[in-house]
Design a protein around this ligand. Structure first.
Ligand SMILES: Cc1cc2nc3c(=O)[nH]c(=O)nc-3n(C[C@H](O)[C@H](O)[C@H](O)COP(=O)(O)OP(=O)(O)OC[C@H]3O[C@@H](n4cnc5c(N)ncnc54)[C@H](O)[C@@H]3O)c2cc1C
Length: 463
């Protein structure tokens, strides 16, 4: 997982930023129980691996019909339903009527356009070519570092913003560079790896860097999620993560609404909760990419010269990169530390800790995601929480929770009380009682039941 800044991969690196491997990160997480680490370590997984995996999982669901090759053309909606017009793979039109619709149709989203919702911010900041290579021997032949020097990202100190990313197979590599023509990418790849290695070019295309956020996350019965509402620069790896967060937030709220226990505030809270995260992550991406630009601005044409001036260029770029490149790779606060503020379905406490990009401060402040704490080896509090709402009763508390229970049951919401006696969860969470939503975000916390438990149940379920 190391990140390198190099002139070429067959030369000593200018800078190595070491990061734990997945196995090392797993061991660090296993040894930590102060709530400061995620339940799972990071993973390097290529879209080429992830998408077939998601497809095979979704095809197992009896509630889902997967239709590839169908094109969404337009929509109309009334008070009760939304109708989508689709073109099937043979060119025949068909209509699908539903109670709700979600447009997860990417940056050029037709669904968003149909709703008349604009993306705003900074578009088309940089145009890069992107290429995918199959180079099965490269991983074992990288000579840099102490040993094989196998990193995940190799940034080339050049004038073309070149970087090479190892994909999860270790045999596939993606190269990004500012070049004039697609045909120029092969020479750029060969210059980057600096040694003869057999390879096959699988794809060359163009990508644009954007920092954009939609004015709205839906209208009426139609919602938008993923890149259709936020476009970030890949620096920091926040794009898909933010989209997955949208999907998690929206899916349980749709389920609750369709089952009848979700009140009207539940679906309207989707935009309130997730647009602030989209906004924040566009900011985090800007912060990371401006760091990248700062060290790249230190590049001079003499960077390879065996002269005092050439050495000064290398030293200067390395010094700045050692500060600025870290911004891309060390954003645990952006990943774990977001908290939903001003949501109608959170029992708001005024104030709250600052949400930082680079630091994660575990907290149960309402709106935050419940920190991970081990109950025993290999079993986290997260693992024993069910799919509905959960009231955690911690630290041997004898608080009477029956009124909260009755309030939730009266609304028909899925609800459990989970008693956890160990010290670690009570110490990290700081309260005896914590009400957690199906998505693990905290609704409410206290040491005794609130004075109006029915009101708490109503807020939590959007009534
Ligand atoms: C170079 C690069 C590197 C990246 N690295 C990372 C990373 O490290 N970590 C990370 O989290 N994210 C990363 N991302 C971002 C990530 O790829 C996107 O955020 C993610 O793919 C967005 O998913 P999505 O489903 O919202 O949209 P998309 O992946 O764009 O999917 C939208 C889908 O909708 C379909 N569609 C569009 N219009 C229609 C229509 N009219 N009818 C039917 N179907 C339609 C499209 O064909 C497409 O399949 C990176 C992106 C790039 C470009």
């Amino acid at each position: 997982m190391d990140v390198y800044i190099v002139l070429a991969m067959n030369e000593p690196p200018l800078l190595r930023l070491p990061y734990p491997s997945v196995a090392e990160a797993q061991a660090q997480i296993a040894a930590c129980n102060d709530g400061s680490m995620p339940r799972e370590p990071y993973q390097l997984i290529s879209q080429y691996t992830l998408e077939p995996l998601l497809k095979s999982a979704v095809e197992q669901l009896s509630s889902v019909t997967v239709r590839y090759g169908h094109e969404f053309l337009g929509l109309s909606q009334d008070a009760d339903t939304v109708t989508a017009t689709i073109r099937d793979p043979d060119g025949h039109p068909l209509e699908i009527r539903a109670r709700y619709m979600v447009g997860g149709d990417g940056g050029a989203s037709m669904v968003r356009r149909q709703l008349g919702i604009q993306l705003r911010g900074e578009g088309n900041l940089l145009r890069l070519h992107q290429a995918l290579y199959y180079a099965p021997d490269l991983y074992d032949r990288i000579p840099i570092g102490d040993g094989p020097g196998r990193g995940r990202h190799y940034h080339i100190a050049d004038a073309q913003s070149t970087f090479l990313i190892m994909q999860d197979s270790t045999k596939h590599w993606t190269l990004h560079a500012v070049v004039d023509r697609a045909e120029d990418m092969a020479a750029q790849f060969e210059r980057t790896i600096g040694m003869p290695v057999p390879y096959e070019s699988l794809y060359v295309g163009e990508s644009k860097q954007n920092l954009l956020l939609a004015d709205g996350y839906g209208a009426g019965r139609v919602f938008l999620a993923g890149d259709s509402v936020h476009l970030v620069i890949p620096t920091g790896g926040l794009g898909m993560n933010t989209g997955v967060g949208d999907a998690i937030d929206l899916s349980w709220k749709l389920h609750a609404t369709l089952r009848g226990w979700g009140g009207p505030n539940l679906l309207s809270s989707y935009e309130i909760e997730r647009r602030q995260v989209g906004d924040r992550n566009v900011g985090a991406s800007r912060y990371a990419s401006s760091g990248r630009r700062k060290w790249r601005a230190q590049y001079r044409a003499n960077i390879r010269d065996a002269t005092p001036e050439g050495q000064a260029t290398r030293d200067n770029l390395t010094r700045v990169a050692n500060v600025e490149q870290r911004k891309t790779n060390e954003m645990i606060g952006a990943e774990l530390g977001y908290r939903y503020v001003g949501s109608p379905v959170i029992w708001e406490e005024l104030g709250g800790p600052e949400q930082l990009f680079r630091e994660y401060l575990p907290t149960t402040w309402p709106g935050a995601r419940l920190p991970h704490v081990w109950l025993q080896e290999g079993c986290s509090v997260h693992d024993v929480i069910g799919d509905g709402y959960t009231l955690l009763r911690l630290g041997g508390s004898s608080a009477d929770t029956s009124a909260i229970e009755r309030g939730m049951q009266a609304l028909g919401a899925p609800f459990d009380v989970l008693t956890i006696d160990g010290n670690a969860p009570r110490d990290v969470y700081g309260y005896d009682l914590i009400l957690v939503r199906p998505d693990l975000h905290v609704v409410w916390r206290g040491d005794a039941a609130p004075s109006d438990p029915a009101q708490l149940a109503a807020v939590a379920t959007g009534h």
